[in-house]
Write a protein that binds this ligand. Structure first.
Ligand SMILES: NC(=O)c1ccc[n+]([C@@H]2O[C@H](COP(=O)([O-])OP(=O)(O)OC[C@H]3O[C@@H](n4cnc5c(N)ncnc54)[C@H](O)[C@@H]3O)[C@@H](O)[C@H]2O)c1
Length: 392
């Protein structure tokens, strides 16, 4: 398959590009390297020493003999460039990772909010409009988030994207409809993902674009089989308060003897997936595209749920660094239950990697190896949802 990977220099996009290249797909990465610029803006670096995109691609070619193409393109702004690349390259599929993905960064005052909305919504709309204008038959695979469903106890198992509702009409007849699960975003970042979902529904019904939207859980881990082949291919490892995902943050904190920073009571339950399963799920989604005229396929891309408190306890047991319960910078429920349907991927053959001590130790080893790169002053989240969420 010929595949364009939008955002292929990022945490999920880079290992996915390598994995698909290894499977002999032809890959073209489009990325504006904005994530690396945000590192500079925040004065933080990936814990792992990531190489420039050019060194990464040269190393991949040297090690495997496989060539991945790269083009620097801001898909939220350079519409004509995006369109001509799509027309010329004529891909079978486009994977869309190219969005600002940190909820805390999106809540960093008006600049974070405006940047995230402008970047994410224009990126998605430009992609969809360009696919229509190109007149090519392209399967779009988008990385969405479990956060579109919201993190309040639903009292039911969260379905995969659509909710079946029954309404009694004026004649007393029951009408059953499948509607998009009611969006309930908890940050501006999540808000953009809920709006992406509406754009997908519109372009799918209006233009017949074939789309798979993957509602992904929080990703943990860092290396995949391909990124482990050589240090120059290493994946990013974010540990800071804005971009670090919770489990990786805890593992990093545990190796530098920093108490684990739990927000609020830690009673928040979240869905998780290991980075190796992320790349596997995308491979599965590409091999199972929607048919013509099929509505947007929505899969919950997660393998397990845990409360933050239980994760912290588990890591405290293996490290003994202690737990620091700090005032929650987010406006969210103190506690929630989360039951999630994930049959779609399981039925298509996903064999989930779940939290095991072995894997936790493996990630701790990486964190230990590069712990000198950690700036402890960047560990705490300093983006606050409201004035009331600021520390006293
Ligand atoms: N990491 C997670 O835990 C997680 C969880 C759920 C969903 N997701 C989703 O997966 C996707 C990828 O996440 P990630 O963790 O790899 O993020 P990331 O920030 O590491 O990677 C995103 C990449 O997209 C690029 N990019 C952003 N805006 C762009 C634009 N306008 N034009 C071109 N390139 C642009 C960035 O430079 C970066 O390389 C995101 O859409 C995110 O919402 C991630």
């Amino acid at each position: 398959m010929k595949i364009i990977v939008l955002g292929g220099d990022g945490f999920c996009g880079w290992p996915t590009s390598l994995h698909l290249s290894n499977l002999n797909h032809e890959i073209l990465i489009l990325d504006n390297l904005s994530r690396r610029k945000i590192d500079i803006e925040l004065g933080v670096t990936s814990l792992t020493p990531i190489k420039s995109i050019y060194e990464r691609l040269d190393a991949w070619k040297e090690i495997t003999g496989k060539k991945i193409l790269f083009e620097n393109c801001d898909i939220s702004k350079q519409y004509n460039k995006l369109l001509s690349i799509i027309k010329e390259y004529s891909p079978d599929a486009i994977i869309h990772f190219a969005e600002q993905r940190a909820a805390p960064y999106s809540m960093k005052g008006s600049s974070g909010k405006r940047y995230t909305v402008n970047n994410n919504l224009n990126a998605t709309n430009n992609l969809l409009a360009a696919v229509v204008e190109s007149k090519r038959d392209i399967h779009i695979v988008h990385l969405g988030t479990m956060g579109v469903y919201g993190y309040s106890t639903a009292g039911m198992k969260i379905p995969e994207g659509y909710l079946s509702v029954k309404v009694t009409n004026d004649e007393g007849r029951d009408i059953i409809q499948d509607i998009l699960y009611p969006p309930n975003p908890g940050s501006i970042y999540h808000l953009t993902k809920t709006q992406d979902a509406l754009m997908f529904a519109f372009y799918n019904s209006n233009d017949g674009i074939r789309i798979t939207d993957l509602h992904q859980g929080v990703v943990w881990g860092t290396q995949t089989d391909e990124t482990s082949l050589d240090e120059r291919l290493i994946n990013r490892f974010d540990y800071d308060g804005d971009y670090g995902t919770v489990l990786n943050r805890f593992l990093m904190q545990s190796v530098i003897n920093h108490p684990l920073t739990v927000h609020g009571t830690g009673g928040q339950t979240r869905a998780f997936i290991h980075i190796k399963d992320t790349v596997k799920c995308i491979e599965i989604a590409l091999s199972n595209p929607p048919k013509n005229n099929e509505k947007v396929k929505i899969f919950n891309q997660m393998t397990e749920t845990h409360s933050i408190k239980d994760l912290a306890k588990k890591i405290d047991q293996i490290s003994g660094v202690g737990i620091d319960f700090i005032k929650n910078p987010r406006k969210e429920d103190d506690e929630n239950e989360l039951y999630v349907e994930n049959k779609c991927f399981l039925n298509l053959g996903l064999d989930p990697i779940t939290l095991s001590d072995g894997l936790l130790f493996e990630i701790q080893d990486i964190a230990k190896k590069y712990s000198d790169n950690c700036d402890p002053s960047k560990i705490h989240c300093v983006s606050y949802w409201t004035e009331e969420n600021k520390p006293n």
